[in-house]
Design a protein around this ligand. Structure first.
Ligand code: ASP
Length: 331
């Protein structure tokens, strides 16, 4: 009898504690966000991914009623940042903005310290961004035809910047080299922000980068542009031909972006983050700026947790064989 009574008291105490914890968690979720939210960006400040994060971070912060802090966590084509977020507390205060590199990493990195499909919750797709093939201003090639001749004649004396293995600039550069049948000297940076500085300064010859960074520099005439990586010409750069129309057939690279949280982040918190993302993407200034940068806002169904998960799964399946066939590995 004595034991049973003690057990009953113990059970009541445990149940009470559990309900306190549950209530505590529920209170935390209901109060979310009670402090600033950090968006981890896997590339250098000033680069195209950072531009997107800072552009949408302001209206997201307004919608959440909290400051959004940008944390540029660099290296290894974005995989260091992804691993950092995968290990972060699943409370909604650390989220991740990454581009399609999230889908190429599993094939590029044989020892990947995170699983894109197991270690994250999905907030939604963010923006689709075309790329541009650029040259330093005094490169002795004034159009794509002359560029082809120049890289064939100079081979690995030509330097091609990128943001590290797994970056889209790396992927675009590989596609360019393989279609040209040339081997250039690739120069990795922690993001194409610093790569652009060296292109502007003439320290590097070529760069393939997203329009979210490159359009203003192209319009200023401070760099040369040889083409865009979409099938159709861009509204922001109507006089720049596509690489496809210049003979680089099927050369389409459009950089999609997604927003993620650590696995285990409560659904109520994900829903609040998704609502804030949607508010930001509907913000008139964001829409205008993205239009000026020829970047497309995804349809509503893609700007959902399920939409991002589905797209990421399909992209991993798509890029895996392409990367394996090309024999490209980062580690
Ligand atoms: N453009 C970089 C890349 O190649 C990303 C960045 O620096 O924002 O992935």
């Amino acid at each position: 009898m004595q034991m049973a009574v003690r057990f009953k008291h113990w059970l009541t105490a445990v149940a009470g504690a559990a309900s306190l914890v549950a209530t505590g968690a529920a209170v935390a979720q209901a109060a979310f966000p009670a402090k600033p939210v950090t968006v981890v960006v896997p590339f250098s400040a000033g680069g195209p991914t950072d531009v997107v994060a800072r552009l949408i971070g302001v209206p997201m912060g307004k919608a959440l009623g909290q400051t959004v802090i940008i944390d540029n966590a660099l290296g290894a084509g974005g995989t260091i940042a992804a691993a950092k977020v995968a290990r972060a507390a699943p409370d909604g205060y650390t989220i991740f903005l990454h581009h399609m590199g999230m889908s190429t990493a599993p094939a590029l990195y044989r020892k990947l310290s995170f699983d894109p499909l197991k270690d994250f919750e999905y907030i939604g797709q963010v923006v689709d961004v075309p790329m541009t093939l650029l040259g330093r201003k005094d490169l002795p090639a004034n159009n794509f035809k002359e560029l082809q001749a120049y890289v064939k004649a100079n081979g690995n004396k030509v330097t091609l910047a990128n943001a590290g293995l797994g970056a889209v600039s790396h992927l675009c550069g590989l596609l360019f080299m393989s279609q040209m049948g040339v081997e250039l000297t690739t120069v990795p940076y922690k993001g194409t922000g610093p790569a652009m500085n060296d292109l502007l300064g003439g320290q590097v010859d070529l760069l393939c980068d997203q329009t979210t960074q490159t359009v203003p520099f192209i319009k200023d005439g401070r760099i040369k542009v040889y083409g865009v990586t979409t099938h159709n010409r861009l509204g922001s750069l109507p006089n720049v031909p596509t690489l496809d129309e210049q003979g680089l057939k099927a050369f389409e690279v459009k950089v999609w972006h997604g927003m993620y949280a650590p696995k285990g982040t409560p659904k109520e918190v994900i829903d609040k983050l998704n609502a804030a993302l949607k508010t930001a993407m509907a913000d008139p200034h964001v829409k205008q700026r993205l239009a000026e940068l020829s970047s497309d806002i995804p349809s509503a169904d893609k700007m959902t947790p399920e939409g991002l998960r589905t797209h990421l799964t399909a992209e991993i399946a798509k890029w895996g064989p392409v990367i394996k066939k090309a024999g490209i590995y980062a580690d």
